[in-house]
Design a binder for this molecule. Sequence first.
Ligand SMILES: NC(=O)c1ccc[n+]([C@@H]2O[C@H](COP(=O)([O-])OP(=O)(O)OC[C@H]3O[C@@H](n4cnc5c(N)ncnc54)[C@H](O)[C@@H]3O)[C@@H](O)[C@H]2O)c1
Length: 261
Amino acid sequence: MQLKRFVDKVALVTGGAQGIGYAVSQRLLSEGARVVIADKQGEVAESVAAQHGKKAIALEVDVREANCGDQIVERALRRFGGVDLAVFCAGITGMKTWLELSVEEWNHMFEINLRGTFLCLQAIGKQMIAQGRGGAMVTFAATSGHGPRPDAAHYGASKAAIIHLTRSVALDLASHQVRVNAISPGIVKTSMWEGVTRDRSTLQGITPQQYEERAISNVPLGRATVPEEVAGLAAFLLSDEAAYITGQVILQDGGYTLKVS
Ligand SMILES: NC(=O)c1ccc[n+]([C@@H]2O[C@H](COP(=O)([O-])OP(=O)(O)OC[C@H]3O[C@@H](n4cnc5c(N)ncnc54)[C@H](O)[C@@H]3O)[C@@H](O)[C@H]2O)c1
């Protein structure tokens, strides 16, 4: 049966042009939401939105811009008249030993992953408070935010901070009936994962295929996941079925952290 949990809802998805954000946008649209697809890849976002007629709109935005959240809210208000749901998928990764990280690389990681998430949460949180009809948001952390991984100190630190930010914001917004939860995915087959595989296999002197097989062999459920599966969890967390869940960080990692934590 096709679920229709988001009819009459307006959703904002950052990083919605590809990967997990794309799958989240598609899932929310299929369940009846109207969606603002915000991404720095403006043309890709436009072509995704164009497939959904008046129900989706694209916005080219870089979450490094200080007013990125305001831009997204303004677009949603002008086109759809409000905002009920938001998912923050815009993010980057990078594999490098912390001993060789430059301050520019450190700042770049935090500017997009943490500051970008903060700016969007703040602008949308303010709008949801002003509307007075509640809302729900989902941020993206990662297993690296729960425990150290080789060559990922800056990525992991930015994701650990997103976990703390999510819980703090959830506490502050609860009295406004705005819920905020985080998803920490494990291996999700997207271009980000391809980049991780490429970088880590180079660092370890093995082929990308060998790296991927090794990584998957560490997952108790014995497989990677796909963006659509992550989108299903995001949709659940945004829906009324999760109405009593806030400030939680859901590890969707096939059991990976059971072995390493
Ligand atoms: N793929 C995985 O295995 C995995 C694992 C754990 C966590 N995550 C997290 O999930 C989220 C989505 O990852 P993905 O695999 O879909 O990545 P992806 O690289 O496929 O997609 C990321 C999207 O974010 C957009 N983006 C990047 N920088 C931006 C910026 N400055 N402003 C606006 N948009 C920007 C990109 O254009 C792209 O559309 C990320 O936060 C990532 O850290 C992914």
